[in-house]
Design a protein around this ligand. Sequence first.
Ligand code: NAD
Length: 358
Amino acid sequence: MNYKIALIRGDGIGPEVVNEAVGVMEAVGKKFGHTFTFVDVLLGGCATDAVGKSYPDGTAEKCKSCDAVLLGAVGGPKWGSDKPAEQRPETALLAIRKDLGLYANLRPAALRPAMLDACPLKKETAEKGIDLMMVRELTGGIYFGKRDKYQTEDRGIECTDLMAYSEKEIERIGRRAFELARLRRKKVSSVDKANVLETSRLWRSVMHRLAEEYSDVQYEDVLVDNCAMQLVRDPGQFDVVVTENMFGDILSDEASMVTGSIGLLPSASIGDTAPGLYEPIHGSAPDIAGQDKANPIATILSVAMMFRYSFQRAEEANAIEAAVDAVLAEGWRTPDIAESGVKAIGTKEMGRLIREHI
Ligand code: NAD
């Protein structure tokens, strides 16, 4: 197969980690007989510097002409909140997700076997294993609702952010979660705040309807505050966790921390038709950019997700994950995951070792 991949290298460590991920893709291509056409797409702070806006015209069309999109990271202090919206990298991230119709964000939080010691939880909790998939609704809810800011007579300035969800939006993300659970350990935990929020009560009723339809999948409702507790008490109980946009934003970061370093975790954002977008969960890490210190594993594992979810190529995905696990099992570490006193290797060397294992 020839796959056409849009590469958004972005800012900070983005270009460094994408380079290594591309190298791994090429190694997989060699082993399994695939070729790749790479299309460079300018987005983020680097686009602001080059053309004056973070989301240049034609970006979505360029990405839509590809089979999948790989993104490094965007952002940095140079393009902070004092800049107009069209120059800020975050504006571009929201725009690309919306324009590609990427309503489902998949964030696995898996404790890799060689990284048990990196888990900040009790040893016996870590040893039980952590392997969950957070499915976050990405294009609705309070982040996209109507906002208002106005002066009141007696209470100073007042602001509102509206959280809205439709049955249709809830059903499509719910289906994604149940379908994914069927490929995993067949359990869905749906997270809401149905004891308080009307949107959550609708969320829960739609999920219950789906749970009847997917009767082979075990289902439970979990209140968001309880979920936050359970993630640090016993994360091994979760398989697929599905939730709305803001809860998912917060809980997925919490889940990632229980697995150790953010430098290890990939993510996928997918829709119904357009190409999926694959990216590490970390940001552009300006503090270590350009120093060959960034951990490329999260981006490399994002490529594994691309093979699994966009190309339905589980064997290639497994090969990448096995190569990462083998390199970690041999004791190789980038500085972010190295124990004190252990000599760390750089971004390029980590990429080379993983390629070699493939
Ligand atoms: P960050 O994830 O960039 O960095 C947080 C800390 O983790 C830093 O100390 C950094 O050095 C370290 N780190 C991150 N990735 C690493 C890696 N691969 N290897 C080793 N260490 C790593 O988060 P931040 O500092 O809050 O944000 C920096 C910039 O990134 C901001 O402009 C922010 O808006 C942006 N950001 C972008 C995305 C994205 O592109 N999707 C996501 C989050 C943050």
